[in-house]
Design a protein around this ligand. Sequence first.
Ligand SMILES: [Zn+2]
Length: 267
Amino acid sequence: MMSNKVEDVSEEDVQRLAEFIDTAARIVVFTGAGISTESGIADFRSPGGIWSQIKPIQFDEFLSREDMRMEDWRRRFVFQAEFDAAPINDGHRGVATIINSTKGLGLITQNIDGLHQRAGIADSDVVEIHGNGVRAACLDCQSPMSLAEAKTIIEQTGQSPRCGRCGGLVKSKIISFGQPMPQDKMVDAERLAMSCDLFLVLGSSLVVQPAASLPLVAKNNGSRLAIINKQSTPLDAIADFLLPSSIGTSLQKALEKSALGGSSANI
Ligand SMILES: [Zn+2]
């Protein structure tokens, strides 16, 4: 492991987190950029992040301009290389332990890097509300295309890839600025938030929608809310448990103490 973080979590907090996990029967985990920054992936929406340095490509620009599509693909391949090179961390492993246990209802993530799946969580257990940056599909018929295939097409034709089935525009599955959030994902995320008795937030500042409202949905349906995030969030005041520390360390230690064990039965 390349992690040599200072231990920033007290035994008491670890114990309390373990108790929250053990007393819950239906856990939903919600993750944001903070869990991936512990793998060295930049939080590109943060101040100083990539979107404060280069202009994001708006969805309507992607639809209307070939040069923007080509630039979008160029960026996708840069990101993919970064995601592929990033190691999964103790936070990803801990989330996988929870989600793959009988208590795990599902994972909602703002992240597009696919690291949760690499940590052993099935696609069917993840709601990616901002999409997925390592996969692509036709915007019209949803036929999938791998990024590798898209890259080959671009290299061979000098043009952005079109769907082999219907001729539609192919785009990475990330939700771009100005692109509507997929309604089915929103429905899935809300259903999860309404069904849990512990809503565990890891590494999200809970500012942008729907991150800001899903914990409220959970609370309003009787769930407890736990937040592990280094910075304060607008929902700290209603949290039942608050831990301003690193995710990997605290989660791994809490799971070792919990009935779920720390069994990192994954890659
Ligand atoms: Zn198509």
